[in-house]
Design a protein. Structure first.
Length: 255
């Protein structure tokens, strides 16, 4: 089996204009935790054509009006696309990217999100004919409305938000989600860490992220040639954010 690769660009640590809580520190602490343990891959920026797979022209133009933000947001989309392609080729991947994306709908955005990284990456794989059915599991504290809105009504992409507020129910729901429904060609995770015990959600233990990663890895190995990737969404408790991400990534690596 291929070892997991981390998709990362130094520009993700730029201080572009956004809410102060969505800080460059977030990526820095995770990078420091993963560096030396995993191979890092540098992505290219996504093209306008890629971004328009999901977003309206006016939404694209609005973000483009902020030079630095647009540069980093395009690299975040490119990072998600790279992670998705690695996964499709059989290399599990973690997109250590920012800004996050799951609150970006086709024509609007909020919650520190600008372009919907995971939606664009998955839609691109489908348009390229590489996959036919994808499961997107969103484990962030907040409901991924942008991803939901884009794929709503589609039967080739199933978006499951795990919203259970109690630990055991949360993990049980993860299992149910992975066991239910038809086979998938790939599993993608919108990986927010804000449901962590010391973060805003106050629910999950650090080791729970490893458990989630392991379950996804096992399911992917048994049903879709091991194709799996995760990308960073939320997570704001800086002291443990790196270790939480490491926990998920370690789980995703195992099978
Ligand atoms: Zn969140």
């Amino acid at each position: 089996m291929q070892p997991l690769e981390v998709v990362y660009h130094p520009k993700y640590e730029e201080d572009y204009p956004t809410a102060s809580v969505e800080s460059p520190e977030r990526v820095r602490v995770i990078r420091q935790e993963l560096e030396g343990n995993f191979n890092f891959v540098i992505p290219e920026a996504a093209s306008e054509e890629d971004i328009l797979l999901v977003h309206t022209h006016s939404s694209f133009q609005e973000v483009k009006g902020h030079t630095l933000l647009f540069e980093v947001a395009s690299l975040a989309v490119g990072g998600a696309i790279k992670a998705a392609h690695l996964a499709w080729e059989g290399t599990p991947a973690f997109g250590l990217i920012r800004p996050p994306g799951h609150h970006a709908s086709p024509g609007s955005h909020w919650g520190f999100c600008f372009f919907n990284n995971i939606a664009i990456a998955v839609e691109k794989l489908i348009r390229e004919g590489k996959v036919e059915r994808v499961l997107i599991m969103d484990i962030d504290l907040h409901f991924g409305d942008g991803t939901h809105n884009f794929f709503q009504g589609r039967n080739d992409v199933v978006v499951e938000n795990i919203q259970e507020e109690e630990r055991n129910s949360f993990l049980h729901r993860v299992d149910e989600t992975l066991e239910s429904s038809l086979p998938y060609d790939l599993i993608a995770i919108s990986a927010g860490f804000d449901r962590y015990r010391l973060d805003w959600g106050g629910t999950l233990e650090m080791d729970d992220y490893r458990i989630v990663g392991e379950r996804v890895a096992e399911k992917a190995m048994s049903s879709c040639h091991g194709r799996r990737f995760a990308i960073l969404e939320g997570g704001y408790y800086i002291p443990d954010l790196g270790k939480n991400a490491r926990s998920l990534v370690d789980g995703l690596t195992e099978s």
